[in-house]
Design a binder for this molecule. Structure first.
Ligand SMILES: NC(=O)c1ccc[n+]([C@@H]2O[C@H](COP(=O)([O-])OP(=O)(O)OC[C@H]3O[C@@H](n4cnc5c(N)ncnc54)[C@H](O)[C@@H]3O)[C@@H](O)[C@H]2O)c1
Ligand SMILES: O=P(O)(O)OC[C@H](O)CO
Length: 345
């Protein structure tokens, strides 16, 4: 396998031509300058694919970004996956399983699959790496997760950003990190896949909560309290699932939580703010043109917490708002209406 002998892939497939898939293709394309490496994006919409091939742009998601010339696009999954040794996946989490079933017959033998997604599957409570392994029959050494404080728009503008490339096999993580290192993007490797994925999933739920507080005109004390207790909640869940506390204090935990909870570019933060301002969930969903994973994942996170016996007060409160069982006015008082305990518990 090429990742064992250290060779870089000649062709990389990126599945999903939305905001993050397109930006990640740019990262790969910029990192491949001066090499023969080709990046090919799979998109569902013919008009998006045409814009990328004819004008090197994806105006639907990244209106002012020019894409490198080594990126092409196609709606034909078999052509995209043919001979691709590295396959990057960036589609909405709740659609992944169904799509993998259609992609599986076209996957190249020995391909390594990378998840860019930050969602938890409803009903199974599985992380995206678990869904990938199950549906494609892959072993952990061929499944990688990339996660961190990575707002696509800022990276598309080439603003310096760090991230985490996680895989049970550090050699595979290093192989992937080596092909996504343009001057403006620095990946660190990590073997703690659970911690990295849980950090990315939970920060979306916490950002919804911060957004709701912001929409109710609460200030920075409240936001800092939610972020900090959110990190404690995230860490508890990750530890219960076998993740490491250090991962949650790194880029994929604290780093992503801070970026998402403070940025107006975040879709989860924005969705939360709209809920706080009094819009119904249907109204928020109608206004969102891009994926806010926390809206659906929150319920799965609540279920997972209950399954492994971890207290998840912030997640539970967000789910109650999303399910119409708690008004946004009652969220603030509820966040504090708990039994007194030590900060470390
Ligand atoms: N945008 C970011 O800044 C960012 C950064 C890091 C991680 N992520 C994660 O990446 C994943 C993808 O997010 P995004 O920002 O690219 O979302 P997006 O909404 O911008 O794009 C989603 C893509 O998936 C396609 N898609 C939507 N519904 C589909 C369906 N039912 N079947 C097949 N394809 C479908 C869309 O056509 C689009 O190409 C999410 O899990 C998100 O949390 C996003
Ligand atoms: O826009 P969001 O809320 O999906 O956040 C994007 C990235 O995950 C931030 O790291």
């Amino acid at each position: 396998m090429s990742y064992v002998d250290g060779l870089v892939p000649a062709k990389i497939a990126v599945l999903g031509a939305g905001s993050w898939g397109t930006t990640f293709a740019k990262i790969l394309g910029d990192a491949a300058q001066g090499t023969e490496r080709k990046i090919i994006l799979w998109g569902r919409r013919a008009e998006v694919v045409e814009q990328i091939n004819d004008h090197h742009r994806n105006p639907r998601y990244l209106s002012s970004t020019e894409l490198p010339l080594n990126i092409t696009a196609s709606t034909d999954i078999s052509a995209v996956l043919k001979d691709a040794e590295l396959v990057i996946v960036a589609v909405p989490a709740q659609t992944l399983r169904e799509q993998l079933r259609g992609w599986a017959p076209h996957l190249a033998k020995d391909a390594v699959v990378v998840s860019l997604m930050k969602g938890l599957e409803l009903h199974t409570d599985q992380r995206m790496s678990q869904v990938i392994m199950e549906e494609l029959g892959l072993t952990p050494n061929r499944v990688v997760v990339v996660s961190g404080p990575n707002l696509a728009m800022e990276i598309a503008r080439q603003e310096p950003t760090a991230s985490v490339v996680a895989c049970a096999d550090e050699e595979t993580a290093g192989w992937v990190a080596a092909v996504c290192t343009p001057p403006y993007f620095r990946p660190y490797t990590n073997a703690d896949v659970v911690g990295v994925e849980i950090g990315g999933i939970l920060k979306n739920v916490i950002a919804l909560c911060v957004g709701i507080c912001e929409g109710r005109k609460m200030g920075d004390n409240t936001k800092a309290s939610v972020i900090t207790r959110g990190l404690a909640e995230t860490t508890r869940l990750a530890l219960a699932l076998g993740g490491k506390a250090e991962t949650l204090s790194g880029l994929a935990g604290l780093g992503d939580l801070v970026a998402t909870c403070s940025s107006s570019l975040s879709r989860n933060h924005t969705a939360g703010r709209m809920l706080g301002e009094g819009l119904t969930l249907d109204e928020v969903n109608n206004r969102m043109t891009q994926t806010a994973e926390g809206i659906k994942s929150a319920r799965a996170v609540k279920d997972l917490g209950a399954k492994v016996g971890v207290e998840m007060p912030l997640t539970n409160a967000v789910v109650a708002v999303l399910e119409g069982k708690l008004s946004v006015d009652d969220l603030g008082p509820l966040l504090l209406a708990r039994e007194l305990k030590s900060e470390g518990d």
